[in-house]
Ligand binder design. Structure first.
Ligand code: ADP
Length: 388
């Protein structure tokens, strides 16, 4: 049985859940293929009615984990499903959709799901399930003639036909169009509302954010992070960001620096980090007061995708690359319609003053700083995952 001082806890990850209420328990799961350590001491507990979503890069071990949990591959460590080893569990209580699932191609959608229904003493109503899967009209089409999305829906149907209490889904919506994905999410949410527990893997962060109670990030066979989607976004997603497309970025950067905002120059205009929604109005006014026209304004909160990219070290920054060029007097002159000479020098002095004040206040501003080194340093800081 699972011990309290599991690897996960020693690693500081922790399962974060009540192991006594676990439908699915894994302790120190390890699976090697030759030299490859596909799973390296994974411990987790999934509770009744919970949706646990495993994310991670290709090759992280997600499929191996699903297989080890279901008992379709051997592994070291312990797994329990409904208090039994996976190979001894009542199969009618479990549904599995493997990632590579190739059913008999010459059977129709209805025949295929009916075949799987015949493997169980009790099964769901076939016509109702076909309708839930959005397969009306295609139920008589051979699997080989269905579209990629329809095929995947048939495959999901084979895992749902026994109305399982615990459902394993390895990338269930890969290849399904957006409408089909949403329909499948609705269907899965209905199952969860009815008490089904789901363990799924996905590369689709919107899917994880929508469905998961908890997300586990698998990296190199280890659970590197576990938490509710909102927790992971809060811990690793970074700041909210307001992007402003303007043809007067230099004047805009100066106006915002004077108003106390950290603004980065971007190719399309400006980006301001960590802006609460209530501050947007003040930013627009600060620009308006200086006559800076706004072509487009977008505000976005960090998402699970941002957290994922940060955690996996593949973040590429948001809103485009900051530009290194400083706000020169010529630029400001061009944007304001002023020429060079004294006006421009004054503008340069003002821009410098604003930049230095802002840099001193925030310690991170690169937007209006006239030193390219400082801009490059701030660029590196703005994109923390890039150089890992
Ligand atoms: P993911 O599902 O996250 O993409 P996998 O579980 O498929 O990752 O694979 C994890 C690692 O284990 C990879 O390095 C993969 O090449 C290796 N692996 C998986 N299955 C096998 C197998 N049957 N034989 C040899 N190596 C395997």
């Amino acid at each position: 049985m699972v011990q309290g001082d599991s690897d996960a806890e020693r690693d500081g990850v922790g399962t974060g859940h009540d192991r006594d209420n676990g439908v699915l328990l894994a302790d120190d799961l390890t699976r090697t293929y030759g030299e490859t350590r596909a799973l390296d001491g994974v411990s987790l507990a999934v509770e009744t009615g919970e949706v646990f979503c495993c994310i991670g890069p290709n090759g992280a071990g997600k499929t191996t984990l699903v297989r080890a949990l279901c008992g379709t591959t051997d592994s070291e460590g312990e797994v329990e499903i409904f208090d039994s080893p996976p190979t001894e569990v009542d199969r009618s209580r479990v549904g599995l959709l493997p990632q590579e699932f190739a059913p008999a191609a010459r059977l129709t959608a209805r025949e295929l799901i009916a075949y799987y229904a015949g493997l169980y003493e009790e099964a769901r109503d076939l016509e109702e399930l076909l309708a839930d899967l959005g397969l009306e009209g295609s139920e008589g089409t051979r699997y080989e003639n269905l579209s990629g999305g329809q095929r995947r829906r048939v495959c999901v149907g084979t895992a749902l036909i026994n109305d399982p209490d615990l459902l394993f889904l390895d990338e269930p919506t890969t290849g399904i169009d957006p409408a089909g994905r949403h329909a499948l999410w609705d269907l899965l949410e209905e199952r969860v509302a009815g008490g089904t527990t789901i363990f799924l893997t996905t590369h689709d962060m919107a899917e994880a954010e929508r469905l998961a109670d908890r997300v586990g990030l698998l990296a190199e066979g280890r659970l590197a992070e576990v938490g509710a989607p909102g927790e992971l976004v809060g811990r690793h997603g970074g700041e909210s960001r307001l992007t402003i497309d303007t043809r007067q970025p230099a004047v805009g950067a100066r106006a915002l620096a004077e108003a106390g905002y950290r603004a980065e120059r971007r190719k399309e205009g400006l980006a301001v980090a960590d802006v609460p929604p209530r501050a947007i109005d003040g930013i627009v006014r600060a620009l308006d007061d200086r006559g800076v026209g706004i072509d487009r304004l977008a505000w976005r909160q960090p998402t699970l995708e941002d957290a994922y990219l940060e955690l996996t070290g593949t973040a590429v920054g948001s809103g485009g690359d900051p530009i290194e060029a400083p706000s020169t007097p010529e630029e400001i002159g061009e944007e304001t319609g002023e020429g060079g000479g004294e006006d421009a020098l004054e503008a340069e002095a003002d821009a410098d003053g604003a930049a230095h004040t802002d840099a001193t206040e925030t310690g991170t501003d690169a937007s209006a700083d006239t030193g390219t080194e400082a801009a490059a340093e701030a660029d590196r800081r703005a994109r923390p995952g890039e150089n890992r």
